[in-house]
Design a protein around this ligand. Structure first.
Ligand code: S3P
Length: 465
């Protein structure tokens, strides 16, 4: 099957048909051994790098969530040939025949990146290096998110952009005939921004240097090496300087995508909160720049064991066993934020069950995620009887050591991680928690509801209202 486009459009499918759901306490403990879908960050990058490589790349374990399918559709619109090896059934491999660095073709239509900030930012870096016109849009959530954090830097390489007020999508991009290498320090700790710059630099002659003041996830650097580019990384204080030699030939390489630690966070925290639970999560990505949640939960007293540590395609992988335990409040330093940036909503849920206050510092970046996650996480907890405050860019959750009351209705604002966090809360709160729309969960974690109900045993805990 040649892939022909995203399966559904969040704008047309999800908004008119929201999927409300209620989460209630399961009849007994959560128990079982699971795998979670492939890592979203690595899946986007695997498709993009494969499209920029010569030859056919086979990707195992690709996340088949809507965000990643948007990237697949975009790379195909740019001239790569992408197919799903259906012969293998569920969990099929994906095959990408690439065009080589600089070989992409002008897309015939607007590229719709749906709900995905990663797809939009990373692709902006690729498109800005091509001397043709491309136009990118997204759903209502993505059209609100800032793009100037990438476009303001990419203009130094010769690209031109036209956008709505505030640098919002839709965005028109025209790359220069000859892209120039960049020497940039990223203004915010963002792997998306860093990756957009490196993807641009791949197309420019000479060496592109990107410096970040705090280290962010390094999947792009790992993937560049995997496909044969020359990348040098130097530690500079708490940050890094990355030097990439431009215009290499990239050659097709097979990629095996580990389970997404940001998705595993939901069954993991659920296992910690539901009394008596014990859940094993296998084949999980454990890149140290992604494991801030594990560090924090362990500081809170969580019972989590890591087993079977190994390396897979330049990425750390292992299994986790999480068991129910009493948690205590902790202070989460702002330096840890990049390594757990997507996990704060579910950490805040865990904190609401802990004894004492958890202060999560330096969360300004949460305001520009799929929703304003700082405000929405506070609202999620407050609606369910937890005591919560926002102080500047810090989130404070005051736990009493007892489950919060629950019984609230949570608004998810087109944000998959808020929906899953609210459902985890409902599995352990005193009263069930209602969620207005869970359709966006499919952007990152298809099968989430079935998987969680599978852990709950005979009687489903996540049900239609
Ligand atoms: C991502 C980086 C993070 C994260 C996002 C995925 C990536 O964003 O929130 O879900 O794949 O590079 P920022 O790097 O902008 O914080």
């Amino acid at each position: 099957m040649v892939y022909r486009g995203a399966m559904t459009s969040p704008d047309t499918a999800a908004s008119p048909r929201p999927k409300p759901l209620v989460a209630r306490r399961p009849a007994g403990p959560l128990a079982g051994a699971i795998t979670v879908p492939g890592d979203k960050s690595i899946s986007h990058r695997a498709l993009m790098f494969a499209a920029l490589a010569i030859g056919e790349t086979r990707i195992k374990g690709l996340l088949e969530g809507e965000d990643v399918l948007r990237t697949a559709a975009a790379m195909q619109a740019l001239g790569a040939t992408i197919s799903r090896d259906d012969a293998q059934g569920e969990g099929a491999d994906w095959l990408v025949a690439g065009r080589g660095v600089g070989g992409l073709a002008e897309p015939g239509d607007v590229l719709d990146m749906g709900n995905s900030g990663t797809a939009a930012r990373l692709l902006a870096g690729v498109l800005a290096a091509h001397p043709f016109l491309s136009v990118m849009t997204g759903d209502a959530s993505l059209r609100r998110r800032p793009m100037r954090r990438v476009t303001d830097l990419l203009v130094h390489g010769g690209a031109t952009f036209l956008s709505r007020e505030g640098g919002r999508l839709p965005l028109a991009i025209r790359g220069p005939a000859e892209p120039m290498p960049l020497a940039v320090t990223t203004p915010v700790p963002s792997a998306q921004v860093k990756s957009a710059l490196l993807l641009f630099g791949l197309h420019a002659p000479g060496v592109t240097v990107v410096e970040e003041k705090e280290a962010t996830r390094d999947h792009t650097e790992a993937m560049l090496r995997h496909f044969g580019a020359h990348v040098a990384v130097e530690e500079v204080g708490a940050g890094r300087r990355i030097a990439l030699r431009g215009q290499p030939e990239l050659f097709a390489r097979d990629v095996s995508v580990p389970g997404d630690p940001s998705s595993a966070a939901f069954p993991l925290v659920a296992a910690l909160l539901v009394p008596g639970s014990r859940v094993t999560i296998r084949d999980l990505g454990l890149n140290p720049l992604r494991t801030g949640l594990l560090t924090t939960l362990m500081e809170m007293g969580a019972d989590i064991a890591v087993a079977n540590r190994r390396e897979q395609g330049g990425e750390a992988v292992g299994d986790l066993v999480a068991s129910h335990a009493a948690l205590r409040g902790v202070d989460v330093p702002y330096e840890r934020a990049p390594s757990m940036i997507d996990e704060y909503p579910v950490l805040a849920v865990a904190a609401a069950f802990a004894h004492g206050t958890t202060r999560m510092r330096g969360l300004a970046e949460l305001r520009v995620k799929e929703s304003d996650r700082l405000a929405a996480t506070a609202a999620l907890l407050a609606a369910n009887g937890a005591r919560v405050e926002i102080e500047g860019d810090d989130l404070l959750v005051h736990g009493s050591g007892r489950p919060p009351a629950g019984g609230g209705m949570v608004e998810t604002h087109m944000d998959h991680r808020l929906a899953m966090s609210a459902l985890v809360l409902g599995l352990a709160a005193e009263a069930p928690v209602a969620v207005d729309d869970t359709s966006f969960i499919d952007t990152s974690f298809p099968g989430f509801v079935g998987l969680m109900n599978g852990l709950a045993g005979e009687t489903p805990a996540l049900v239609a209202p």
